[in-house]
Ligand binder design. Structure first.
Ligand SMILES: NC(=O)c1ccc[n+]([C@@H]2O[C@H](COP(=O)([O-])OP(=O)(O)OC[C@H]3O[C@@H](n4cnc5c(N)ncnc54)[C@H](O)[C@@H]3O)[C@@H](O)[C@H]2O)c1
Length: 244
């Protein structure tokens, strides 16, 4: 089992892709810290893992809040003594033209989506032994996007650049960092997206399940991917190849 004896932190573990990732890592032997703002979703993930005889705990945390991120990392170390895997999955979107976007909304999206990566890495890496891995959730929006979601697309582009740059700092420590960029995935984030509801963003024909993305995340987080770092794996059912 790929995560036997490994300690895994997964943000956004209360829903969708993060939840599927928590369950897969626990099923493969990992001790999983489920991190989410939503305690109902986080508790449900922990319960489902317990029902399957896996090991996990929940940390309520706003990933945009530095003190709460540090507390979540400290909890994992206090419980299990080290960190082997960090999955930065939690994210949010706003839907507004740039000229109408309040400055606070820009800061919020970049804080939750991009600064959270910096915070989890800053606080986790000192506890990560050689062979550890970080996986960040990007999006096809880092590569092709639509109007009114510029902060989200900017954060996802930044996430990929962050991984490229930080991989060089992590190389001497023998720690890897990569991104997964999903296409449309069957989660609340997809179906609550007003651009998807209105048809501005078309998703027909290429909708993945959270487990499809969790499979790619777990691959990059495992030793099977030991020669892969600083890059992005696009997992979109071929969506970026199709002309609009
Ligand atoms: N679903 C898609 O179509 C899709 C496509 C491309 C990329 N992604 C990316 O995949 C990741 C997971 O998305 P999902 O579709 O599973 O979404 P989701 O809405 O199902 O789950 C997101 C989780 O993040 C949590 N969260 C949001 N803000 C938070 C905060 N500030 N602090 C802590 N937790 C917070 C939510 O409570 C929720 O449990 C995101 O990074 C998203 O950008 C999703």
């Amino acid at each position: 089992m790929r995560f036997d004896g490994k300690v895994c932190i997964v943000s956004g573990g209360g829903s969708g892709i993060g939840k599927a990732t928590c369950k897969r890592m626990a099923a493969e032997g990992g001790s999983v810290l489920v991190v989410d703002l939503d305690s109902k979703g986080g508790d449900a993930t922990v319960q489902e893992i317990a029902d399957a005889k896996g090991q996990s705990a929940f940390a309520q945390c706003d990933v945009g809040n530095p003190a709460q991120v540090k507390a979540a990392v400290d909890l994992a170390v206090q419980k299990w003594g080290k960190i082997n895997v960090v999955v930065n999955d939690a994210a949010m979107m706003t839907f507004s033209p740039i000229v109408d976007l309040p400055e606070a909304d820009w800061d919020k999206v970049l804080g939750v989506n991009l600064r959270s990566m910096f915070l989890f890495c800053k606080y986790s890496v000192p506890h990560m032994p050689q062979g550890s891995a970080i996986v960040n959730l990007s999006s096809v929006h880092a590569h092709e996007t639509t109007k009114n979601v510029v902060p989200y697309a900017s954060s996802k582009g930044g996430i990929e650049a962050f991984a490229r740059g930080f991989s060089e700092e992590l190389a001497p420590l023998k720690i890897r960092i990569n991104c997964v960029a999903p296409g449309a995935v069957n989660t609340p984030m997809l179906w609550n997206n007003p651009n998807v509801k209105s048809g501005v963003e078309k998703v027909e024909g290429a909708i993945g399940e959270p487990e499809d993305i969790a499979a790619a995340i777990c691959f990059l987080a495992s030793d099977e991917a030991r020669f892969i770092t600083g890059t992005t794996l696009i997992v979109d059912g071929g969506r970026l190849d199709i002309l609009p």
